[in-house]
Design a protein around this ligand. Structure first.
Ligand code: SIN
Ligand code: MN
Length: 223
């Protein structure tokens, strides 16, 4: 009984999100989170290291490693041309499956994932100081949904409108294991991460501190 109605569960208010946006709290189990964190350590030791992308000459505070296609502001290539020129690791098949399952979980439609084949994953690492400014995910040629999973420290995630960086927006806490999906009319909504809550990573998630966010996307590119 202890913890069943704990503050960490009850404190999170239900937020009415724009059409096409979905939040599934605690979608991944701790065991799944730990397993993904172990993969994250492998990817970071792979052909292309974690790096802070430069936006107009300024390093982002978030560090990223990509799978399938390498993202840099504002293009995708197979090789990490702004890091070390190496080709990024392939997107593993389990991630495609995870993406399809995520769409079903988010929408409640058993067929929502049938046509979904993400071909890139941007894996972001946030330390306690890292932030991500409001932006649109618009370097993809496809408007298929973005599937986002969070592991480690809780963050404040700001999900806005498709017109500009300002209001209206919703502030949501994304907790370790949470799933967030944005597609349809919300696919090009501005979003960002204004804050990480240090020391909030749950025991057993595989990360002592910091936050991992994985976004699965369809680039719409070939080659
Ligand atoms: C992103 O917008 O690419 C990342 C969002 C997040 O870290 O939740
Ligand atoms: Mn984004």
């Amino acid at each position: 009984m202890d913890g069943l109605f704990g503050d960490d569960v009850l404190r999170r208010p239900a937020v009415e999100l724009p059409d096409g946006a979905h939040h599934v709290p605690r979608w991944l189990t701790l065991e799944q989170q730990r397993w993904i964190v172990a993969r994250f350590r492998e990817w970071s030791a792979g052909p292309v290291p974690l790096r802070a992308a430069k936006v107009r000459g300024h390093e982002m505070s978030v560090r990223t490693v990509c799978l399938g296609w390498h993202w840099r502001p504002y293009a995708y290539t197979r090789e990490a041309v702004d890091v070390n020129g190496n080709r990024v690791l392939d997107l593993p098949e389990w991630m495609v499956h995870l993406g399809r399952t995520a769409l079903v979980a988010a929408t409640g439609d058993a067929h929502a994932g049938d046509e979904y084949t993400p071909d890139t994953a941007l894996v972001n690492f946030y330390d306690a100081q890292a932030r991500m400014g409001m932006h649109q995910d618009k370097d993809e040629r496809s408007l298929a949904p973005v599937v986002s999973i969070s592991i480690g420290d809780t963050c404040r995630f700001r999900f806005g409108n498709t017109e500009n960086r300002g209001r209206p927006y919703d502030d949501i806490d994304l907790v370790s294991g949470d799933l967030f999906v944005f597609g349809g009319p919300a696919r090009l909504a501005y979003h960002g991460v204004p804050k990480i809550y240090p020391g909030t990573a749950p025991e057993g998630c595989g990360l002592e501190s910091g936050r991992i966010n994985i976004t699965l996307r369809v680039t719409g590119l070939t080659g």
